[in-house]
Design a protein around this ligand. Sequence first.
Ligand code: GTP
Length: 239
Amino acid sequence: ERMAGHLPTCLKGLDNALCGGIPFGVVTELVGPAGIGKTQFCLKLSLLASLPSSYGGLDGSVIYIDTESKFSSRRMIEIGYNSFPEAFHAEGMAQEMAGRILVLRPTSLSEFTDSLQKIRVSLFQHGVKLLIIDSMAALLAGEGVQGPQRQHSLGWHISFIKSVAEFSRIPIVVTNQVRSQSRDEISHYSFQGIHWAHAVSIRLVFESRSGQRFIKLAKSSLSPPLAFPFNITSSGISL
Ligand code: GTP
């Protein structure tokens, strides 16, 4: 059986820098501008977490929190056929893979937290190997209260998400959109609170320079930040 501690991403350099891939038991944040490929990356991760281990996957289930209706099972299956042709040409595999990915569309952060609270004890036992929140901002926007109360509420929910990762020992991946690639904006893009920065263990910054897309490993004990090039093709995110 393969190492249970990381979900490999298919980007070799990134996996090496992350000591094997997206780690279990912590929150990993994907930040970047609109259209850079955060959702495409999440679709690939979903496939990698749910593919049978004989094809290099983690043989698990995935909970995909789709807050902006951007999840496309059609696109996911296309990526599957092109990235893992052997697996996907096996009888019934496309349907089976689709069945392993549970897409939820909660209408508020509270609704999401309530459902997570009910299942958090059994996530790992039920073979959930990945939880994706795409995107976080849309979930938070729904929290009605303003001012300090809002801060308190967001802080509580964010700490809860972190505790679910620790308790259930699954990787949690959340996406967040930033308008520009300025460092300032990214560091201030913390929902005006310290909670968020503290809840996130790894931050992958998606950006584009001279027409080439990169993923930068921005928050880790490694310094300086490393950048890994990627493309988006019919196989999804690839080198
Ligand atoms: P926001 O959610 O708006 O913040 O963006 P995002 O970072 O999630 O972007 P997303 O992952 O949706 O990536 C969009 C990009 O992926 C597009 O600009 C296309 O370049 C690429 N893309 C999306 N669908 C396809 C597809 O079916 N085929 C190919 N080749 N590329 C695609």
